[in-house]
Write a protein that binds this ligand. Structure first.
Ligand code: HSE
Length: 298
């Protein structure tokens, strides 16, 4: 049995929601074909995406995700995967998450849905651990479930889907610089002062309320991140300057997408999102840095 699956790119963190919030990007993502044969064993991954992916199956994020799923399934399944389209690895818009999400989602369909969406997120998280050392779900959560998600807790795992406001758009820029998730996590402080924690949980509450109430202005002003952005923005040339320009152009908020180097902005108007994407491109090009941009609906 074969199936084709698309899984979207995602923006993790959403500013203040480090490791606990994320949303999907309409129109950007991974496409893969997956085949399954019950009773046989083995995993084969073919790459026709044109992107540079690890040759060794053991180094592919899909592998730990599928192994976790098969361990829970308890019966052997031979799996063949063909990567057809792939978000650029290392972009910060959930490239690894999209692959693992598509793989577990597709296999679940082929096996007649033995697992819930929440369980699929937990399997897909195992792929994230291979990349960044920590099995976080702020990319795989939205990639599997769609829309905006909050991970209320990891132990026990508790994930909540939030409503997405109508007319809610994104601009994303992926500059051609490399920031490894591992490095971007290592620069973060292990402890934060209480005053920053208060700012942060006020904003996370505001962000969740903003989505629940579909209040885009509240979402915008709650996206402020007092904990992570100050340490990571140094990886992105001219970050403060870009943010000032993008906010002046009408963005509700701008921040780093996941661990970077991509940046994202949100807007309640598609034309504004397109103008912001163009502005982001100019910003990086002026610094001799190539840049891919995307704009679309959340
Ligand atoms: N929440 C993660 C981080 C996403 O910011 O490190 C990156 O994969």
């Amino acid at each position: 049995k074969y199936i084709r699956v698309f899984a979207p790119g995602t923006v993790a963190n959403l500013g203040c929601g480090f490791d606990v919030m994320g949303l999907t990007l309409d129109g950007v993502g991974d496409l893969l074909e997956i085949g399954a044969e019950e009773g046989a064993e083995g995993l084969e991954i073919r790459n026709l995406s044109g992107m540079n992916l690890p040759e060794n199956v053991e180094d592919n994020v899909i592998t730990p995700a599928l192994r976790a799923m098969l361990a829970a399934y308890g019966r052997p399944v031979r799996i063949e995967i063909t990567m057809l389209k792939k978000i650029a690895p290392g972009s910060g818009i959930g490239s690894s998450a999209a692959s693992s999400a598509a793989a577990v989602y597709g296999l679940n369909e082929l096996l007649d849905r033995p697992f819930s969406g929440k369980e699929l997120v937990e399997f897909a998280m195992m792929g994230e651990a291979l990349i960044g050392g920590t099995p976080h779900a702020d990319n795989v959560g939205p990639a599997v479930l769609g829309g905006v998600v909050l991970i209320r807790g990891y132990e026990p795992f508790d994930i909540v889907r939030l409503p997405v406001p109508d007319n809610f758009f994104y601009a994303v820029a992926h500059p051609a610089i490399v920031v490894s998730t591992k490095d971007a996590r290592e620069v973060l402080p292990r402890e934060i002062p209480l005053s920053k924690a208060i700012t942060q949980w006020g904003n996370v509450g505001g962000l969740v309320a903003g989505f629940a109430l579909r209040d885009v202005a509240l979402i915008g002003r709650s996206m402020h991140d007092a904990v992570v952005e100050p340490y990571r923005k140094g990886f992105i040339p001219g970050y403060d300057e870009l943010k000032e320009l993008v906010l002046a152009e009408g963005a509700l908020a701008m921040n780093i997408a996941g661990s970077g180097p991509s940046v994202f902005a949100l807007a309640s108007d598609y034309e504004v999102a397109q103008r912001i994407a163009a502005q982001m491109k100019r910003h990086f090009q002026e610094r001799q840095i190539g840049c891919h941009t995307y704009a679309g609906r959340v």
